[in-house]
Design a protein around this ligand. Structure first.
Ligand SMILES: [Fe+2]
Length: 185
């Protein structure tokens, strides 16, 4: 389950219906997906894509996505810091950013067109779709890990365009779920 914080209002949402409707009001799609059959989060990419093929196909139809892949980022990933530094500043893409989390955590900040800033912490089972042109930035959580399905309309469009607003510097990338997990484990 995602945790959504509306930072300007200091409001935190943890219920699926609340999260779905609030994110929708800012143009962000949120869904919970369950696999067609039980599957390990370290299964090969092909098996992961098969287990979620029904949801992936439905989303491809809706959003015009043509390809899906699985990315894997963990503390041992070479060039991790350089990779993260490309996405932790406010930017947008000419392409939707579609991510379904299989393992680990991620923190998306969305800078809505009405000025609100929302933090969306995602974990296994969470799909989010950030439409093209939406201002956002991304951080990992303390586990420094995310495995996720990505969908693309055209991979050439998926390049960050930076606003250089530095608005991201006003918001600490804090993950509640991951912090809670690390405290209790
Ligand atoms: Fe992005």
């Amino acid at each position: 389950m995602a945790v959504v914080t509306i930072l300007n209002e200091d409001t935190t949402l943890t219920r699926t219906e609340e999260i779905t409707s609030t994110l929708a009001s800012h143009g962000i799609d949120y869904e919970r997906w369950t696999p067609a059959h039980p599957i390990a989060d370290n299964a090969p990419a092909e098996e992961i894509l098969n287990a979620y093929s029904r949801e992936i196909e439905a989303l491809k139809q809706r959003g015009g996505y043509v390809t899906a892949d699985v990315i894997d980022v963990n503390p041992a990933t070479s060039g991790l810091e350089e990779m993260l530094a490309k996405f932790n500043r406010e930017h947008w893409h000419d392409e939707d950013e579609v991510r379904f989390t299989i393992a680990g955590h991620g923190l998306f900040h969305i800078h809505s067109s009405n000025g609100a800033v929302l933090a969306i912490e995602v974990e296994a089972g969470d799909l989010i779709r950030v439409p093209r042109g939406t201002l956002h930035w991304f951080n990992l959580c303390s586990d420094r890990r995310i495995r996720a399905i990505r969908l693309f309309q055209d991979m050439t469009g998926w390049t960050p365009h930076y606003t250089e607003s530095r608005v991201d510097e006003n918001f600490m990338p804090v993950c509640f779920g991951a912090a809670h997990l690390s405290m209790t484990s």
